[in-house]
Design a protein. Structure first.
Lengths: 739, 171
């Protein structure tokens, strides 16, 4: 049962009930739930599903999809339902714990919340006095991708003058590349394009794992007669539904786009009127594209020339909608790959139309950057003097911890992210963690991170706390509300940072009468009625001030020229200031590690690893749950038959996978037609202690445009959309041998 | 005869998200072990093009159910509306139903007795839908009488052929 720590106020949650004393079937029995609450899943996914959660005795007993959600329409993914197993798992961390063994041993003793705060306050003050406030920082990402608690944590970190964590290891390379040509970017929502398009071009996206609710819209478009072209090196579920599936060599999506642009221009299929009225730099792009003939593009991408021509002609001559994922931008050239795709859309005039739009990511993904969310109101408390501090790019976190001086980084509070399993190059990351004097981890389970922690705090499941997570794919949002009281001694992230703030002497900035909902209202401001988006009310459509229904419909772009920029003036400008690949044109450069780009290395390590988003997990989350383990089976890779035969490997054999950075043993091989020769598929996110983390092998290389590794990941000025950065997870080359 | 209820999976739509599997586990309060539905993945060459096919395998509630005939104790029975159910108290755990079922549907949990998909009989008797049908994001799993499902499939097929003809004509 819930043992509310003394500093917590218990809030009555019945106000959020859409129904009370509601009967529901469970295991063949009718159970009466005390309350049913509407909420949304904040697990960093396009869909942001509407959920109905049944609660009995402050325990979640059942989750269903909310049939009234206009996009997710009552359906959930497997993780949505598995949240019942997750929140009720006997393995959850139940109370604060302090390390008693060596780091990495995973030995702890139970302590009280008071002792836990004393430990944190004592250590943080000691580190601050000895090295300065910038020796402290947070680590957090999208385990729960809501923005409110992060903003409140930001308030405390600002007050103590900590180093700021910024950037992304996920999609900012692509988002930045795109931004340099398009400016502020939004998506045309699926209910619109699916009714108007004649063709969908889906690039680098595996919606079965990341965006299952796109399917009814894709099928609707197909039933209307639309064609589907999928670009992916791997035979995904959606690729299996495609009319045409292009399988480029990993890291060459940008080259493929240039090949299509080249054919389209050479054959006079481009939209001359659109180009003349709404774009700049076309002549420069034309010059760049000239060399990308079908033959040359085939040489680089390994996609047959006739397929490139077919795709180019189909795309150019239909009302074509482009839907981009994030796979193709997880290479060192990822920013230019995304920009080449944007240019492909613009060359054909397929932007800003109901059926022909270019969807990369909606700016609602970064509500703090584009100003929808008034982060400063929360993160910068009125009346406080906040000094600007240095920043660390999350994509180069370990590098920054290793290299930072004046002051070194000595204390980290980690939450909402699997640091050790998700950061590239596990061994290097663990070495960085070892250098810390305080590593506090707020977690739901004993993960790789808690093993290395000094202090472990019991985190709330998202169903036990407030949150704000607008979708970055469709145009609806609803608040995430606590459906039940926190389990055990768990405390919402928000309240941990508030209480820490009070105990560090900032009582006035963390008033006790504020709830998560109050902070969400501060963030959203007047643009939307938060109460209407809060259970028992349903999701609401974004205000048109936030994002237009069909972006760029008037042909205007938020760039310096007001036009779509094939030749990006902001790239050229930014390149004068910072190192990196700021080529104003989407030129193709081989990834940092690739069979063509680094042939010497490829002799030793001839196989490219692509890591699809784990099909049945959210990265490192859910992988300890029995339901999910049963579906997923042992950690495995997919390998092409020829590669397997040449290594004497049979289906089901166990192998060793290795490169200079590390090795993994006992990985099961599935011999498969899903990957081409020279490529293996190895899903991300598996815990290191389970023996299957692909990040043991992944390098530090980053997607651009800015080369923050040259700056050791430590920055004094940074604009996420101008500078980008994504961990180039897919640059990885390895060798595989039978055990 | 009363209308026969069944599940129908449009395999052209299933895309391997496995939502049906955990929805089913939750609905039936099942631990890891017994699986009332399971998505099978297969790989095939469509000419020169590699593709994956996915097939969720719940109980098909067969018209002439082999498991019912094989059960020596009458524990497996077929209701008038076609739903095949097990009376656990009558099951002796002999596995005859598993031998008889062409699809490997019968599951045996820790109690050693057969259990399987009930078509969420409790819910459908109140006018609801089976959990997997409600869950499916691809809207691939359908529930209804054989006549209703056949009608939907015929409409979808006709629409698809119509568009194919239209596209060919446009060329």
């Amino acid at each position: 049962m819930s043992q509310n720590p003394p500093f917590r106020k218990r809030e009555d949650l019945d106000k959020y009930a859409v129904a009370k004393n509601a009967p529901v079937w469970l295991g063949g029995k009718k159970v009466i739930a005390d309350r049913v609450v509407k909420t949304a899943c904040p697990h960093n996914c396009y869909d942001t599903c509407g959920q109905l959660v049944y609660v009995k005795d402050e325990r979640v007993i059942k989750i269903e999809g909310d049939p009234e959600h206009p996009i997710t329409r009552g359906h959930l993914c497997l993780k949505g339902f598995a949240n019942v197993e997750k929140i009720n798992s006997p393995d959850r961390i139940k109370y604060p714990m302090l390390r008693i063994g060596e780091r990495g041993e995973g030995k702890f003793k139970r302590i009280s919340w008071d002792e836990a705060f004393d430990y944190m306050v004592g250590n943080m003050n000691r580190i601050r006095n000895k090295y300065g406030g910038e020796a402290l920082m947070e680590y957090g990402y999208s385990g729960n991708r809501e923005h409110m608690a992060k903003a409140v944590a930001g308030r405390l970190l600002n007050l103590i003058g900590a180093t700021k964590l910024t950037g992304s290891f996920c999609l900012l390379s692509g988002a930045s590349g795109s931004y340099h040509s398009v400016g502020s970017q939004h998506t045309t929502p699926p209910e619109i394009w699916s009714e108007h398009c004649e063709l969908v071009l889906l690039v680098g996206r595996n919606p079965s794992a990341t965006n299952p609710h796109i399917y009814p819209f894709l099928y609707r478009a197909k039933e209307r007669g639309a064609k589907l072209i999928v670009v992916d090196p791997y035979v995904t579920g959606v690729a299996s539904k495609a009319d045409l599936h292009l399988r480029p060599r990993p890291g060459t999506d940008g080259a493929l786009a240039l090949g299509m642009i080249s054919w389209i221009i050479a054959n006079d299929l481009h939209d001359k009127e659109y180009i003349a009225r709404h774009t700049t730099g076309f002549e420069e792009l034309k010059e760049l594209a000239r060399q990308w003939t079908p033959d040359y593009t085939e040489q680089i991408t390994t996609v047959p020339g006739e397929q490139i021509i077919e795709a180019a002609e189909l795309y150019a001559t239909h009302v074509s909608h482009m839907e981009c994922g994030y796979g193709h931008q997880r290479y060192s050239n990822g920013h230019q790959a995304q920009r080449a795709l944007a240019c492909l859309a613009a060359v054909c005039g397929h932007i800003g139309k109901r059926g022909a739009s270019y969807n990369c990511v909606d700016s609602m993904c970064f509500p703090a950057i584009d100003g929808f969310m008034k982060t400063a109101k929360v993160a910068v408390p009125e009346g406080a003097v906040i000094k600007p501090t240095r920043m660390v790019n999350i994509a180069a976190f370990a590098t920054a911890v290793h290299k930072a001086k004046k002051p070194p980084i000595k204390g980290v509070i980690s939450y909402r992210g699997g640091l050790i399993s998700q950061q590239p190059w596990v061994d290097y990351t663990i070495e960085a963690v070892k250098k810390l004097e305080m590593f506090a981890v707020i977690e739901q389970f004993m993960t790789d991170d808690t093993d290395w922690a000094d202090l472990v705090l019991p985190a709330c499941h998202y169903l036990e706390q407030y949150g704000f997570h607008p979708s970055y794919w469709h145009h609806y949002f609803q608040t995430t509300v606590p459906v039940c009281q926190p389990y055990y001694e768990a405390v919402p992230d928000l309240e941990i940072f508030e209480e820490l703030g009070r105990r560090m002497g900032y009582e006035e900035y963390f008033p006790r009468d504020r709830t998560g909902l109050d902070y969400i209202k501060m963030l959203v401001g007047e643009d939307a009625d938060v109460d209407m988006a809060t259970s028992p009310n349903g999701p609401i459509r974004f205000s048109e001030d936030w994002c237009p229904k069909v972006p760029n419909e008037n042909g205007k772009f938020d760039t310096p020229s007001g036009k779509f920029e094939f030749y990006s003036s902001t790239m050229a400008e930014r390149g004068k200031k910072f190192k990196g690949d700021f080529n104003p044109l989407p030129n193709f450069v081989e990834p940092d590690e690739s069979v063509f780009g680094t042939p010497k290395l490829a002799k030793k390590y001839p196989l490219s690893v692509i890591s699809q988003h784990p099909a049945f997990r959210t990265h490192s989350q859910y992988c300890n749950l029995p339901w999910i383990k049963e579906i997923e089976g042992p950690t495995h890779i997919f390998m092409n038959r020829e590669d397997a035969e040449s290594r004497n490997i049979l289906d089901g054999d166990k192998v060793r996978i290795y490169n200079d950075r590390g090795e993994l043993n006992d990985i099961v091989v599935k011999v498969s037609i899903r990957v081409k020769r020279g490529v293996i598929e190895f899903s991300s996110g598996m815990w290191v202690k389970y023996g299957g983390s692909v990040n043991k092998l992944t390098g530090l290389s980053l997607g651009g445009p800015r080369d923050v590794l040259a700056e050791d990941g430590i920055m004094y000025e940074y604009h996420p959309l101008l500078d980008g950065n994504t961990t180039a997870y897919f640059n990885t080359l390895v060798q595989v041998e039978k055990m | 005869m009363k209308k026969q209820l069944t599940l129908y999976v449009d395999t052209n739509r299933c895309m391997n998200c496995r939502a049906c599997e955990t929805a089913c586990k939750l609905e039936n309060s099942l631990p890891a072990g017994p699986r009332y539905t399971m998505v099978t993945e297969t790989e095939m060459m469509d000419g020169e093009i590699p593709k994956c096919m996915f097939l969720p395998m719940p109980c098909l509630h067969c018209g002439d159910a082999f498991c019912v005939k094989a059960c020596p104790t009458g524990a497996v029975r077929k209701r008038a509306d076609g739903v095949v159910l097990v009376t656990k108290s009558r099951c002796i755990g002999c596995h005859e139903c598993l031998w008889a079922c062409p699809f490997g549907v019968p599951q045996f949990g820790e109690d050693g007795k057969m259990s399987k998909c009930t078509l969420c009989a409790n819910a459908i008797d109140e006018g609801g839908k089976p959990a997997c049908v409600k869950a499916c994001p691809a809207e691939a799993i359908m529930f209804g009488s054989t006549e209703e499902i056949s009608e939907i499939m015929r409409k979808r097929y006709a629409a698809a052929s119509f568009h194919k003809r239209e596209t060919v004509a446009a060329r």
